[in-house]
Design a protein around this ligand. Structure first.
Ligand code: SF4
Length: 337
């Protein structure tokens, strides 16, 4: 299983899946931050933009993901002030320039984006910016690997770990997982040669009957990770239970804003009284992200669900498995229109 959606896209885009022998099957994993963000959180972002008239800032992918009523893009079309940014620090700047408006940054992502989001809170705090907050829904990779391995339908023999996540967090968290589940975890990059080498290292372990943590991406990933980035994360966030799209609540699988920074936590700052909406029952995103089903096994793949009209997040995101299979795979060509 390649954990990260970026790896899925690289495998598809570079034709690597077609080069592998039939005995090696790659299974896409849950590592797409947009895909795993539950519909209820998108509803909260839409609510803040529509009802509180905040300036709602977000990374680009997120605004096209359907909520239960509408996406942020549809909210923007109806007059909400939704802005696409490349960094949460831009949102702090917008807050300083608009002291009469509340500015909320939609802070989703894995461990990779957590330092920048935490840094935006620290900056706002230090500079006395009181009209800035984040709607945080950070998720963590190691509990997701546990979720996959604990599913009785899982058929994963080894993992390509997400190189960029480990660049931040290091590789120590993975040793208990290889010990518990007896599966190799090879921390792997995103270039075609990285993926080919990561697959080779995994297969060599399996053939030798071993289960170890190995670091293919050593030009980027230090064993201990980026200690400064970790310090920034733990200054602002603490570990909490998180609901994942299409899955259950996974214990201790995400970050929430610490009490000391609760003034910057949009969930506490605003009272968001909306019912928790269920996921779209037509979308099997949970099974896709746990690798139990391939995107083309979804009855709506390429028909009712396309990038231009997505039913679920995995068809929207640049890291979504359904989008990867749709854009690059021969399977997309086989789907009758
Ligand atoms: S093809 Fe569309 S509906 Fe099916 S799992 Fe993927 S995102 Fe959901």
């Amino acid at each position: 299983m390649e954990v990260c959606g970026g790896q899925t896209h690289s495998l598809e885009k570079n034709g690597i899946l077609n080069l592998l022998p039939a005995t090696i099957q790659m299974i896409h994993g849950p590592g797409c931050p947009v895909c795993v963000t539950p519909v209820s959180l998108i509803d909260k972002a839409v609510y803040l933009a529509m009802e509180y008239n905040v300036i709602l800032c977000s990374f680009g992918d997120m605004i096209r993901v359907p909520g239960s009523g509408m996406s942020l893009l549809e909210a923007k079309a109806r007059g909400a002030d939704v802005r696409i940014l490349y960094s949460p620090l831009e949102a702090v700047k917008i807050a300083k320039e608009n002291p009469d408006r509340e500015v909320v940054f939609f802070a989703v992502g894995f461990e990779t984006t957590a330092p920048a989001n935490a840094l935006s809170v620290i900056h706002a705090h230090r500079e006395g910016v009181k009209n800035y907050s984040i709607l945080a829904s950070h998720v963590l990779v190691p509990p997701a690997i546990e979720e996959v391995m604990n599913d009785e339908l899982s058929n994963v023999n080894g993992f390509l770990g997400a190189g960029h996540v480990c660049a931040i967090m290091g590789i120590y968290e993975y040793y208990p997982l290889v010990e518990k589940y007896k599966v190799p975890i090879v921390i792997t990059g995103f270039e075609p040669v990285d993926l080919l080498e990561g697959i080779l290292m995994t297969v060599k372990q399996l053939e030798a009957g071993e289960a170890q943590v190995e670091n293919q991406y050593s030009r980027i990933v230090k064993t201990e990770g980026n200690l400064k980035a970790q310090e920034i994360i733990y200054e602002v966030f603490e570990v909490t239970d998180r609901l994942w799209r299409g899955m259950e609540i996974i214990p201790m699988s995400g970050y929430k804003v610490k009490e000391a920074y609760s003034d910057y936590d949009a969930e506490k700052k605003f009272s968001i009284n909306i019912e928790e909406a269920p996921e779209n029952p037509e979308c099997i995103a949970g099974d896709v992200m746990k690798g139990i089903k391939k995107p083309f096994e979804c009855q709506h793949f390429g028909k009712k669900c396309k990038p231009t009209n997505p039913l679920g997040a995995p068809m929207v995101s640049s890291e979504g498995a359904c989008a990867a299979y749709y854009h690059y795979s021969a399977y997309a060509e086989q789907v009758p229109s």
